[in-house]
Design a protein around this ligand. Structure first.
Ligand code: PXG
Length: 291
C-alpha cells in the first residue's frame, strides 16, 4: 500500500517500519494503543483518545517518551503524510525492546508508532439491516485481573470472543462479566433502549470506557433523552426496544437479533437512527484539522 509510518521519532516507508522480535509489545502484549478516526479532514475526539492513551500507560507504569501535545502533532502529521481525510489511525506504545524475561525494567525505551490508513469493520449492509449477535461462553476478563479500562495490547480475551462469534456464524459477540452481567462486545460498547431511555453498562463493571460511547451519551442527553449507566442482564437485552453497538472502528451499528431473539420489531430502531444521524453531524466539526 506504500504507507508512511511514524516510528520512534521519524517517518519511514511501511516496509522499513518494523519492531524487534524482542519488543515486549510482541512478546507479552505489554503496551497500550488507541484506534482513532479521521472524518472530513479532522481527527475526531483526538484529545479524548490521547487522554485515554496516557491514562492506560500510567496504569501499567509505562512512561510515554513523547509529550501529549507532541503526540497530537504526530497523529495529525501521520494523516497528512498519508493524505488521510477520512480514515483510521492506530497509535501504539509498547514497553519496547527487552530480553526474553518478563521484567519491564529490561526495556529502557518504549516503542512508539502511528499508522494512518482506512478500515471497514462490518460489511456495509449490516449498517442498514443491523447485526445478528450472540453472547459467547468466554467471559470478559475480571477488572481485578486486568482492568478493561486500560486499552492494552492484550486482546486475546476479546479475540476468543470474536472467534466464538465466528464459529456460530455471526459477526460479533456480546461478552458477559463473570457474574453474568452484560459487559460489552469484543471491540464495541453496547447500548439498549427501553421506553425511550438509553442504558449502557458502567465502566467499573470491567469494560472499556469507549469514546464513541461517551459521545453517544452526550448526544442523547442533548436530545433530551434519559441516559443511564446501569448494570443489566440478557433479560434486559431480549426485552429491549432497540439495541446498538458503538466503537471508533464500528461507529454506531444497530443490533437486531441477540441469541436468536429479535430485538424490538427485529429492525433497526428510530432512536438508533436518530443517534447515528447526530453522530455523523458531529464528525463534521469535532477535532483538529489535518490540512
Ligand atoms: N470496547 C472494547 C473492548 C474496545 O476494544 C471499544 C469498546 C470502543 O471504544 P471507542 O473508544 O473506540 O469508542 C473498543 C475499541 C476492531 C477493534 O478491529 C476495535 C477496537 C479497537 C481496536 C480494534 O474491532 N475497539
Amino acid at each position: 500500500m506504500g504507507l508512511t509510518i511514524y516510528m520512534d521519532g521519524e517517518f519511514v516507508p511501511e516496509e522499513n517500519a518494523a519492531v524487534s522480535v524482542f519488543d515486549h509489545g510482541l512478546l507479552y502484549g505489554d503496551g497500550v494503543f488507541e484506534g482513532i478516526r479521521a472524518y472530513h479532514g479532522r481527527v475526531f475526539k483526538l484529545e479524548e483518545h490521547l487522554d485515554r492513551l496516557y491514562d492506560s500507560a500510567k496504569y501499567i507504569l509505562l512512561e510515554i517518551p513523547v509529550a501529549k501535545e507532541e503526540m497530537a502533532k504526530v497523529v495529525i502529521e501521520t494523516c497528512r503524510r498519508n493524505v488521510i481525510r477520512d480514515g483510521y489511525i492506530r497509535l501504539v506504545v509498547t514497553r519496547g525492546k527487552g530480553d526474553l524475561g518478563l521484567d519491564p525494567k529490561k526495556c529502557p525505551k518504549p516503542t512508539v508508532f502511528c499508522i494512518a490508513a482506512t478500515i471497514q469493520l462490518y460489511p456495509p449492509e449490516f449498517y442498514e439491516k443491523g447485526l445478528d449477535v450472540i453472547t459467547v461462553p468466554t467471559r470478559r476478563s475480571m477488572p481485578e485481573a486486568l482492568n478493561a479500562r486500560v486499552k492494552s495490547l492484550n486482546y486475546l480475551n476479546n479475540i476468543l470472543g470474536r472467534i466464538e462469534a465466528g464459529l456460530n456464524g455471526v459477526q460479533e459477540a456480546i461478552m458477559l462479566t463473570s457474574d453474568g452481567y452484560v459487559a460489552e462486545a469484543t471491540g464495541d460498547n453496547i447500548f439498549i433502549i427501553k421506553d425511550g431511555t438509553l442504558v449502557t453498562p458502567p465502566p467499573h463493571l470491567g469494560i472499556l470506557e469507549g469514546i464513541t460511547r461517551n459521545t453517544v451519551m452526550e448526544l442523547a442527553s442533548a436530545m433530551g433523552t434519559r441516559v443511564y449507566e446501569k448494570v443489566f442482564t440478557r433479560y434486559d437485552v431480549f426485552t429491549a426496544d432497540e439495541c446498538f453497538l458503538t466503537g471508533t472502528a464500528a461507529e454506531l451499528i444497530p443490533v437486531v437479533k441477540v441469541d436468536g431473539r429479535p430485538i424490538g420489531n427485529g429492525r433497526p430502531g428510530a432512536m438508533t437512527w436518530e443517534l447515528i444521524r447526530a453522530f455523523r453531524e458531529l464528525t463534521k466539526t469535532d477535532g483538529p484539522e489535518i490540512f
